[in-house]
Design a protein around this ligand. Structure first.
Ligand SMILES: Nc1ncnc2c1ncn2[C@@H]1O[C@H](COP(=O)(O)OP(=O)(O)OP(=O)(O)O)[C@@H](O)[C@H]1O
Ligand SMILES: [Mg+2]
Length: 324
């Protein structure tokens, strides 16, 4: 029975944007340092508060998510991080071992075949395996049922119930993020017929399905990040992957109106007013970046720039969750 209060595909959330709640798989990406992990944590909190069981998957990251979620440290084993939120920091060797054991069924056999010293050369020999070990694991968790069985029939889950209704991947920064996403597509071309290729096929089908999956792009309202986001969106769209949401993080509340800003920026200000000049200049940059991002015509959430609280604290993340 559905226990979740989340919304059906296509419906609007309380913020007036198409809801992300029905998505089974969300891949968060963007330029380095723009707030991907912050947005991931806030999105997980928002969905969990609406009753969804969420798994947050970090991609071999420097672990700061536990501080954001207020949880015990998050390592390569899945832990319970907050109500309705489990989390894992995926480590490629460990993922590969799990995968190997799953396919070979016997842990001792895996160990015999993949003694640590062989693993590196194995990673090198199979293109995309490093990325797939993590992305494939994240995808696998979308197929798990509460009963312990698995299913990838996205439309027939509730008789049994998904273990995780939404898996959110906190992806690597832009270039690597796209490389990782592309891997199942590459495996379809290069992997010989077998379980890995079959799974890549199933994962790719899910990733391309706008009713059940999507890429969430995170950016800052600044020139370089906005330019990179336009390129990123082009790359994602070329892969035929849906982008259900753009998250603009670190939005400054404008202190000056457009004309006032023009006045401030048009002249040299006396020393005591240089901070007003700097602020007006930042606001102008923000306005230009937002105009550029608007050309993407994507449903967009805005997260405020936090000044009065530690932005990585659980309280700050809960405050940001209200915007998602
Ligand atoms: N809305 C915000 N207001 C103020 N500071 C923020 C905000 N969002 C994120 N930060 C701060 O910016 C820094 C980068 O955020 P975060 O770690 O989420 O980025 P990231 O994109 O995941 O980085 P990386 O590419 O290194 O994984 C952190 O110190 C975070 O606390
Ligand atoms: Mg991060």
């Amino acid at each position: 029975m559905p226990t979740s209060t989340s919304r059906a595909p296509g419906s609007l959330g309380s913020n007036g944007l198409p809801s992300l709640d029905a998505l089974r798989f969300i891949y968060v990406t963007g330029k380095g340092g723009v707030g991907k992990s912050t947005a991931t944590a806030a999105l997980a909190r928002a969905m969990a508060a609406r009753g969804r069981r969420v798994l947050v998957c970090m991609t071999n990251a420097k672990e700061r998510m536990s501080g954001m979620l207020g949880s015990p440290p998050i390592g390569p084993e899945i832990v319970s991080a907050a109500p309705n939120i489990d989390a894992v920091n995926m480590e490629p060797r460990k993922c590969l071992e799990e995968y190997g054991v799953m396919i070979l069924k016997v842990k001792a056999l895996y160990k015999a075949l993949f003694e640590n010293r062989y693993v590196d050369s194995f990673f090198r020999a199979v293109p995309g395996l490093y990325e797939w070990s993590m992305l494939g694991k994240a995808w696998y968790h979308t197929t798990e049922l509460l009963s312990g069985k698995t299913s990838d029939d996205v439309d027939a889950p509730y008789a049994d119930g998904w273990k995780y209704e939404t898996v959110i991947v906190d992806g690597p920064a832009t270039g690597h993020g796209l490389d990782m996403l592309r891997v199942p597509r590459v495996l379809l071309d290069v992997a010989p017929a077998g379980p890995m290729r079959k799974e890549a096929e199933r994962a790719w089908r899910l990733f391309q399905d706008p009713s059940h999956a999507g890429v969430v792009m995170v950016t800052l309202p600044e020139e370089m990040p906005a330019n990179e986001t336009l390129e990123l969106a082009e790359g994602v769209r070329e892969m035929n992957l849906p982008i259900p949401r753009l998250v603009v993080n670190g939005l400054l509340p404008p202190l000056f109106q457009h004309e006032q800003r023009g006045l401030l920026l048009a002249r040299e200000l006396p020393l005591g007013l240089t901070s007003a000049h700097a602020r007006a200049s930042r606001e102008q940059i923000q306005e230009d970046a937002l105009a550029k991002l608007a050309t993407l015509k994507l449903p967009t959430s805005y997260l405020p720039f936090l000044v009065n609280q530690e932005p990585s604290s659980p309280q700050a993340i809960l405050a940001l969750a209200h915007h998602l």
